[in-house]
Design a protein around this ligand. Structure first.
Ligand code: NAD
Ligand code: UDP
Ligand code: UDP
Length: 318
């Protein structure tokens, strides 16, 4: 191993973003400990990494204490799709809050740098557009999304209190909708839903009128920024928005997916879920200046790569 190599723990490492992150850290010459309870993650996402002797996997739920020895921690464990985080909302809050306490306790004992995967959902249904980090958000604390939004907000509070109280080195990133290969076909988020529906010739389900907007970031762009932020020197806790400012309505997304897949699927409107944010776009000025970074992959290119992945996956399942 290289002299600069570290032992890095990735919680949620068998999930969509976590598996790409494990792969990336191994390529950089680090040792990686992947911790996951397989709630939404899959062994298929990491099976190709198992032959690497510097890759280790631990089945563990981060709501329970964990005693291991590592140099740095990326805390990604948490279901991210509304369908999955609302399946067992109490467990979702526990994962964000108890999970953060355990991972922060671990980091404190080890004096290790720890990154929290927070979310644009801390802004709720935003009244300010685009959203800068200074915006405090507009979250319904008792609605069906609150287990995720408020859980992540409380985790941010814990990160900043461990930082202030114990001088723990932290990084908090607020991730905006990110997509790419290895999303679960039943994940329930919009990009994977539309692509799988289009490839199967099933109706494309648009919730509500389809005029709500999101800004979609390709996984590689997100990880490049997250990785740079973790490695940047100094006391720069964040929070830092990471995402692609290109903003689209769900109708535009559906039309683009239909065009790129050459699908004959029709559009089917379904009811809009409660508290669904009407608009979302990251202000990434801070990430641009701190990390000398900006997203490189436009939506159409990212969608083409993701469509290729799902086409192969569905063919293999036939
Ligand atoms: P994902 O559902 O694919 O991955 C989450 C992983 O965490 C899964 O492998 C799951 O099994 C694991 N997990 C869940 N609860 C756990 C627990 N209690 N103990 C151990 N493991 C647990 O989702 P993702 O898109 O890869 O998201 C990763 C992280 O990034 C999450 O924290 C999510 O909130 C955050 N995030 C993602 C996005 C996005 O658009 N992808 C946006 C904002 C924030
Ligand atoms: N913890 C852990 N691994 C460690 C150290 C701590 O899982 O290596 C957990 C433990 O459950 C503890 C929590 O992190 O309750 C918070 O730790 P902290 O030291 O902040 O507080 P404590 O509860 O120990 O006073
Ligand atoms: N959405 C949709 N059809 C789907 C899945 C989602 O129209 O099959 C909408 C959803 O209502 C929301 C947007 O797409 O307005 C993004 O949803 P997603 O679950 O991907 O992420 P989030 O709401 O957490 O941003």
């Amino acid at each position: 191993m290289a002299a600069s190599s570290k032992r890095i723990m990735v919680t949620g490492g068998a999930g969509f973003l976590g598996s790409h992150l494990c792969e990336r850290l191994l390529k950089q010459g680090h040792e990686v400990l992947c911790v996951d309870n397989y709630f939404t993650g899959r062994k298929d996402n990491i099976v190709h990494l198992l032959p690497n002797p510097f890759f280790e996997v631990l089945r563990h739920d981060i709501t329970m204490p964990l005693y291991v020895e590592v140099d740095a921690i990326y805390n990604l464990a948490c279901p991210a799709s509304p369908v999955h985080y609302q399946f067992d909302p109490v467990q979702t809050t526990k994962t964000s809050v108890h999970g953060a306490i355990n991972m922060l306790g671990l980091a404190k004992r080890l004096k290790a740098k720890i990154l929290q995967a927070s979310t644009s959902e801390v802004y709720g249904d935003p009244a300010i557009h685009p959203q800068p980090e200074e915006y405090w958000g507009n979250v319904n604390p008792i609605g069906p999304r609150a287990c995720y939004d408020e859980g992540k907000r409380c985790a941010e509070t814990l990160f900043f209190d461990y930082h202030r109280q114990y001088r723990l080195p932290i990084r908090v990133v607020r991730i905006f909708n990110t997509y790419g290969p290895r999303m679960h076909p039943d994940d329930g988020r919009v990009v994977s839903n539309f692509i799988v529906q289009a490839l199967k010739g099933d109706p494309i389900t648009i919730y509500g009128e389809g005029t709500q907007t999101r800004s979609f970031c390709y996984v590689d762009d997100l990880l490049e920024a997250m990785n740079r932020f973790m490695d940047v020197d100094g006391d720069v806790p964040g929070p830092l928005n990471i995402g692609n400012p290109g903003e689209f309505t769900m109708l535009e997304l559906a039309e683009t997916v239909i065009r790129l897949t050459g699908s004959s699927s029709r559009i089917l409107h379904k009811p809009l879920p409660a508290d669904d944010p009407k608009q979302r776009q990251p202000d990434i000025a801070k990430a641009k200046s701190l990390l000398d970074w900006e997203p490189q992959i436009p939506l159409e290119e990212g969608l083409k790569r993701t469509i290729r992945y799902f086409r192969q996956l569905l063919k293999a399942a036939d």
